[in-house]
Ligand binder design. Structure first.
Ligand code: TPP
Ligand code: MG
Length: 245
């Protein structure tokens, strides 16, 4: 027998709601712990009366700003720079694993292609989101170098005047596909591994961006990262970040 229902009524399940609340509570606590662990170094040394100690602290801070960007810092900075009126698109990359590890709870919309959706199409996906959304923030795409190169053709489509919002491609460049470095296959013969899995590349990304009319910025140091991510200037920017590790 076949029956058709015109309406469904959801009956509140008090026990279920309580269990859900307790589950969320545990996640919020874990998230806060991660935030606390990642909090900036206490300002003790900066506030000390000892001039030498203060100078040492200032020198250390400056030296840190001049250091190259790590994968973790990139993931954290993109997360920190993104707010509820923005959107984030994350490609299949080692970067999404890093983000998964460090991102603490925050009410922002994050998109990712899963399943058969591969690294090709990441930029096209972001362009579609940019076209469909009425949000007026920045659409940030966090992707690896290979994901950029596999979808370079989408730099063309996403440039149309149709897209009013700002689109920012943030490319963590580690010269190939490093996601496999952390998987079992990394123990294969090094030459074969490089040829089949890592597929090194050294494409001139600045020239690629110029060819498609995108603004281009290369971020070499920690100090340059946040200003690049929060720059309200161009509508279509490709930010290349060479990764230290
Ligand atoms: C079309 C397609 N081919 C292959 C893959 C398998 N794959 C997943 S991640 C990845 C490498 C990504 O390299 P990159 O974009 O540089 O990111 P990284 O891991 O280096 O951060 C590949 C080849 C895929 N997902 N889709
Ligand atoms: Mg890579």
């Amino acid at each position: 027998m076949t029956r058709f229902a015109d309406a469904v009524t959801v009956v509140p399940d008090e026990a279920g709601l309580a269990a859900g609340r307790s589950w969320i509570g545990r996640w919020v606590t874990a998230s806060r712990r991660i935030l606390d662990e990642s909090a900036d170094e206490p300002l003790g040394a900066a506030l000390t009366d000892d001039a030498l100690e203060r100078a040492r602290w200032a020198r250390d801070q400056l030296a840190q700003l001049r250091e190259p960007v790590t994968r973790r810092l990139l993931a954290r900075s993109v997360w920190d720079a993104t707010w509820p009126h923005d959107r984030l698109v994350v490609a299949a990359s080692r970067l999404i694993r890093e983000l998964d590890r460090i991102a603490a709870g925050k009410r922002i919309r994050v998109h990712a292609n899963r399943g058969l959706g591969g690294i090709d199409g990441t930029i096209a996906t972001a362009s579609g989101i940019a076209l469909a959304t009425a949000d007026r923030g920045v659409i940030r795409v966090l992707l690896g170098d290979l994901a950029l190169l596999h979808d370079a053709g989408s730099l063309l489509g996403s440039g149309g005047a149709e897209i009013e919002g700002r689109l920012q491609l943030i490319v963590g460049d580690d010269g190939g596909g490093s996601i496999f470095d952390t998987l079992e296959v990394a123990s294969a013969d090094p030459a074969l591994y490089a040829r089949v899995m890592r597929t090194p590349q050294s494409v001139d990304t600045a020239a690629l961006a110029a060819a498609y009319g995108w603004e281009f910025r290369r971020v070499e140091t920690r100090g340059d990262l946040m200003p690049a991510l929060t720059d309200a200037g161009a509508t279509r920017t490709l930010i290349e970040v060479p990764l230290a590790h």
